[in-house]
Design a binder for this molecule. Structure first.
Ligand code: CUA
Length: 152
């Protein structure tokens, strides 16, 4: 092997080693671990177990819980009315494949993964209508999968 080629190989492998070491040390230092306490749910039981068997908006006084079920190619409920200025926690599951629950113009953008419940909290600052879209390609009807959040 040519001398320059050896230098480049050493440089390339060295860079990779440094990169992986920095990544690993940073993850270790900041205590990154795989999620250990995620809420799991059997997709086949969604229609029969609470709270997923009664999707909808639940006003708890100082905050609001919204339980959502996604499936190809719709959301239940698909018209979600929430109050302005109160923290709204969206809890969502999917009955079939991977979907997303994305409220356009907000920070709510979560994946719905079969077997797991996901959640995101958002406080709407102004009344209005917000479009909900599915961001994960989920089949032939993917582009029709949408809902609406109405903030009053
Ligand atoms: Cu559901 Cu794309």
């Amino acid at each position: 092997v040519h001398r320059y080629e050896k230098w480049w190989l050493t440089f390339g492998i060295g860079t990779l080693a440094v990169f992986l070491a920095v990544l690993g040390l940073r993850a270790f230092a900041s205590g990154h671990t795989p999620p250990g306490s995620v809420l799991t749910v059997d997709p086949e039981l969604i229609d029969t177990i609470a709270p997923w068997n009664a999707p909808g908006v639940y006003d708890r006084g100082d905050r609001v819980d919204v339980y959502l079920v996604g499936q190809a190619f719709s959301y239940a409920p698909n018209r979600i009315e929430v109050p302005v200025g109160k923290p709204v926690t969206f809890h969502a599951v999917t009955k079939d494949v991977v979907h997303s629950f994305t409220i356009v113009g907000t920070t709510v953008n979560m994946m719905l993964i079969p077997g797991y419940a996901n959640e995101a909290t958002y406080t709407f600052k102004a009344p209005g209508r917000y479009l909900v879209l599915c961001n994960e390609y989920c089949g032939v009807g993917h582009q029709f999968m949408q809902a609406e959040v109405i903030v009053r």
